[in-house]
Ligand binder design. Structure first.
Ligand code: PGA
Length: 256
């Protein structure tokens, strides 16, 4: 492993808008059956809101699987039709994903909105996973580093050292999400180094506990090389997280 022992890898499954209650229940049962007694990574699932209670109940006291949400609103309550607050998620969730590129691109979330959400997650005592990444056009124009610096600084600068230490960053190049074309381990490492510099800048000193994940077309086949890329501390998995055997194989790849 290239990373310090202080950072246990995190493998997170983003189910997106998939899995009704029956499917969610079947998937979690398969995951609990398929994971080893002591997985090589911390394992997290991010189901739709409607499945949180069910998945929480199925996990029970099993520490091999953690639960998180895919999104939240930044206010604790109010007239925000269709939204969900961190106070509503907190009974079920350890983590909340903020800033996924689908939220940014399809639902108009700006860096400022993402930061408000991240602050709300921290205020509720949960752990934010800040997702960010460049578009294909930005990469082609040579703007990858500038985009990552902007998004990461917007998410982290001004937080206390303790708050930064509770954050995880997920580097997800938009051109790699759902396309089958994952970034190379070298690309992932390069981005992780840029993001690590922002973690250090924001915390004012090294925060070795902050994990930097890679996401975008991670499969069982690509997981081991991406998860062992220097500076990469885990994976955020979309499509492959809906297939229990493949997701378990990705988790196994984190320790191989
Ligand atoms: P993918 O999605 O693994 O299906 O590319 C990743 C994500 O959007 O988090």
């Amino acid at each position: 492993m290239m990373n310090p022992e202080t950072r246990r890898p995190l493998v997170a499954g983003n189910w997106k808008m998939h899995e009704g209650l029956a499917e969610a229940e079947a998937l979690v049962r398969s995951l609990l059956a398929g994971l080893p007694a002591t997985p090589a990574a911390e394992v997290l699932v991010l189901p739709p809101f409607t499945a949180l209670e069910t998945v929480h109940r199925l996990i029970g006291s099993d520490t091999r699987l953690r639960l998180g949400a895919q999104n939240c609103h930044w206010e604790t309550a109010g007239a925000f039709t269709g939204e969900i607050s961190t106070a509503m998620l907190e009974p079920w969730c350890t983590y909340v994903l903020v800033g996924h590129s689908e939220r940014r691109q399809l639902f108009g979330e700006t860096d400022e909105i993402v930061r408000r959400k991240l602050d709300a997650v921290l205020a509720a005592g949960m752990r934010p996973i800040l997702a960010l990444g460049e578009t294909e056009a930005e990469r082609e124009r040579g703007q990858t580093q500038a985009v990552l610096l902007r998004q990461a600084r917007s998410g982290l600068v001004g937080l206390s050292v303790d708050q930064v230490s509770r954050c995880t960053i997920a580097y997800e190049p938009i051109w790699a999400i759902g396309t089958g074309a994952a970034a190379t381990p070298a690309d992932a490492s390069e981005a992780a180094a840029v993001l690590r510099s922002v973690v250090d800048e924001a915390a004012g000193r090294e925060q070795p506990t902050v994990r930097i994940l890679y996401g975008g077309s991670v499969t069982a086949a690509s997981a081991a090389s991406l998860l062992h890329a220097p500076g990469v501390d885990g994976a955020l998995v979309g499509g492959a997280s809906l297939r229990a055997a493949e997701f378990c194989a990705i988790v196994a790849g984190a320790g191989a």
